[in-house]
Design a binder for this molecule. Structure first.
Ligand code: ZN
Length: 246
């Protein structure tokens, strides 16, 4: 089976459409590691796309806050305002869909999907020390996650932990072959709000037969997404950061 794995779409319809167009024909099923809404200006269109196309999904912290399952009081003011705006903008049906999203990790075809860490959906796995600490809690050798918006992740072997690299600015793809006796924590990167200083939308493909993960980047209509954020009166910072990828 060939999977398209998305994370942190954050209501960015322009980025999502570019990813879907580039990956078209290369996957059998779509999976998602959460945070489909929050920050971006098109939550209804994005949730509807996810409802139509995504086979398995775990919720993210923004999905919880935007669905009203959690008070976003601990979010920074920009994230909090966007969560409350999103909650008001979403249709009743889309809100119900968000409220019913399962908490990760969930198992799919011998690998798992999670949002933050295997222990806590709100926890950030940022560096080798975090990956080393969490490796014993991984129930399966291959996990896909998101939350940090930093594409890549970690390769955990008994001899140590190494970062997985993402495509360089001059590349569209970096592929890695999944080896036995290694634990993989693969960060798909963020479709709708990359924070690794590469503004291109990020996503992953996984071929479970060939055992190959491909980390991809694709250019999208950043000005279109910025324009929508401004039209809806969301914080200007949310538009500005898309151009720089932070
Ligand atoms: Zn996120």
């Amino acid at each position: 089976m060939r999977y398209l794995i998305l994370s942190d779409i954050h209501a960015n319809l322009q980025a999502l459409e570019a990813v879907a167009a580039q990956a078209a024909g290369e996957f059998d099923q779509v999976l998602c590691c959460g945070d489909i809404v929050g920050y971006g200006a098109d939550p209804n269109a994005v949730v509807e796309w996810v409802r139509r196309n995504v086979a398995r999904i775990v919720r993210g912290n923004h999905d919880k806050a935007c669905a009203g399952l959690e008070d976003p009081e601990w979010f920074n003011p920009v994230a909090r305002h966007s969560a409350l705006w999103t909650q008001g903008a979403l249709s009743e049906e889309n809100l119900r869909y968000l409220r019913n999203l399962p908490r990760g990790p969930i198992e799919v075809d011998g690998f798992q999907l999670l949002h933050g860490s295997p222990l806590d959906e709100d926890e950030y796995v940022l560096d080798r020390a975090d990956a080393n600490h969490l490796a014993p809690y991984l129930e399966l050798p291959l996990s896909f996650f998101g939350h940090t918006h930093l594409q890549g992740g970690f390769w955990c072997h008994r001899n140590g932990v190494r970062p997985i690299r993402k495509p360089a600015p001059t590349e569209d793809e970096f592929s890695l072959e999944i080896e036995p006796d290694v634990l993989y924590l693969v960060n798909c990167g963020s479709v709708g709000q990359p924070r690794d200083h590469d503004p291109r939308a990020a996503y992953a493909l996984f071929d479970s037969q060939a055992r190959v993960v491909s980390l991809r980047r694709v250019c999208y209509d950043v000005s279109g997404a910025q324009e929508r954020i401004r039209q809806e009166g969301l914080a200007p910072l949310l538009a500005e950061r898309l151009a720089a990828g932070y």
